[in-house]
Write a protein that binds this ligand. Structure first.
Ligand SMILES: [Zn+2]
Length: 410
């Protein structure tokens, strides 16, 4: 795809249409209440939440892609044509099962077919993923994804964790086993609502959240479960940046308190085979509740999509792994024999290299140089990157540093 056409989760470049996968801050950098570069496409839920994140934003710029699984057509100017000729870009939004409003975008046009997952969780046993699977297969029955832009946050075989439902029960078990304790749970400004709902329903208690988060909960339709009154509950969901060892130690001088960190990241060493609860510190438990896909789920997804090639969307993080390192063999471009057996027909297209303007800049270059760089980078990660990430996360928690969402802990 030529530059100047569309941008996904990228807000500074000049394009004709902009696409927002979800409202986590690492995907909205560059967006502001005064941003007005062009039409912004997103899901209905993201549009509903948008004003609370960007007050005074010109809402007439928002374009809702509804329902999931339906193709929408855009008529855009061909950036390469001096004759102002128009081209059609088709786009479909599919549930990404990440946080409220999160979607993947499937694009097709004369540039080919591109799938951008944004952040996503692909729990294949869940009903929602089954719906998404059917939508994808229907959409791709006559087409092949040329490039899959993939959430590679946990693209390493070390990342093994259970379904969110199972992890939520682990959190409940910790709370039940500490009947005299106050409980604090680290969450972001959006996401992990199902975990809190499970706790509330199972234990029949309300959950404290901070005032801004309560407003978000109300926008999401949860009116009776959450409260800002500490006297009503011993379970509090707190902002991730305020969750650290110093805070827990301070709270314990007043009342016995434990902290629970729901995250995929700490799950890479001792407990990785079990995918179970780990006591991270005497006051802190980590539970493998993740809104990103684990390694086996990423594998399932790539096997389903069978892209010709793919790129990871997370490259700034210390835990970056190029998905081609582990899954290049599943891609058509690298396995011509398997490709020839592919059940989908490949449409005739021109051979311009697709390039979509994304949140993350990808290096360009010849295929062999690229694969060499990939190998070097990935080997480093394989042997040390994950461990370093975990230690640095622990250090940052110990220092009380704010851990951002793009530290890929959520
Ligand atoms: Zn996210």
């Amino acid at each position: 795809m030529e530059k100047g056409l569309i941008s996904v989760d990228r807000w500074t470049s000049q394009s004709q249409a902009y696409f927002l996968t979800h409202l986590h801050s690492d995907h909205t950098q560059g967006l502001s209440p005064t941003w007005a570069k062009g039409p912004l496409f997103c899901s209905r839920l993201t549009a509903n939440l948008f004003p609370s994140k960007f007050p005074n934003f010109n809402l007439s710029l928002l374009r809702i892609l509804d329902p999931f699984g339906a193709w929408h057509s855009l008529s855009l100017l061909s950036p390469s044509s001096t004759l102002q000729s128009r081209i059609t870009v088709e786009v479909m939004a599919i549930d990404a099962h990440h946080c409220p409003g999160a979607v993947m975008f499937l694009f097709r046009g004369e540039f080919g077919c591109l799938l951008f997952t944004g952040d996503f969780r692909w729990e294949t046993a869940s009903k929602r993923a089954k719906v998404g699977r059917t939508m994808l297969l229907d959409a791709l029955k006559d087409d092949v994804v040329d490039i899959l832009y993939l959430d590679n946050t946990y693209c390493n075989p070390s990342y093994i964790f259970p379904s969110r439902q199972a992890a939520a029960q682990q959190v409940v078990d910790i709370i039940v086993s500490h009947p005299e304790h106050d409980i604090i749970i680290a969450i972001d400004t959006l996401g992990k609502e199902d975990l809190l709902l499970h706790i509330s329903r199972t234990l029949k208690i309300k959950i404290w959240v901070w005032p801004e988060r309560l407003r978000t909960m109300h926008l999401l339709g949860f009116h009776d479960i959450f409260t800002t009154k500490t006297s009503l509950t011993r379970v509090r969901a707190v902002p991730r940046y305020s969750f650290n060892i110093e805070t827990l130690e301070g709270l314990n001088t007043m009342r016995p308190t434990i902290g629970i960190m729901p995250s995929g990241l700490p799950w890479v060493t001792k407990s990785l085979e079990r995918g179970s609860v780990e006591r991270f510190h005497k006051y802190i438990y980590t539970v493998p509740y993740s809104d990103h896909s684990c390694f086996s789920e990423i594998e399932d997804f790539i096997k389903l999509v069978q892209p010709t090639s793919m790129k990871g969307i997370v490259s700034s993080s210390s835990c970056y792994v190029d998905p081609l390192y582990y899954f290049g063999c599943l891609c058509g471009a690298n396995q011509p024999v398997q490709r020839s057996l592919h059940k989908h027909k490949r449409k005739e297209r021109d051979e311009r290299v697709p390039a979509v303007c994304l949140r993350t800049a990808f290096s360009s270059g010849g295929a062999s140089a690229e694969s060499e760089r990939t190998r070097e980078r990935t080997v480093m990660v394989k042997h040390s990157g994950i461990h370093v990430s975990r230690i640095s996360a622990l250090r940052r928690i110990q220092r009380g540093a704010k851990i951002m969402e793009d530290d890929c802990l959520n």
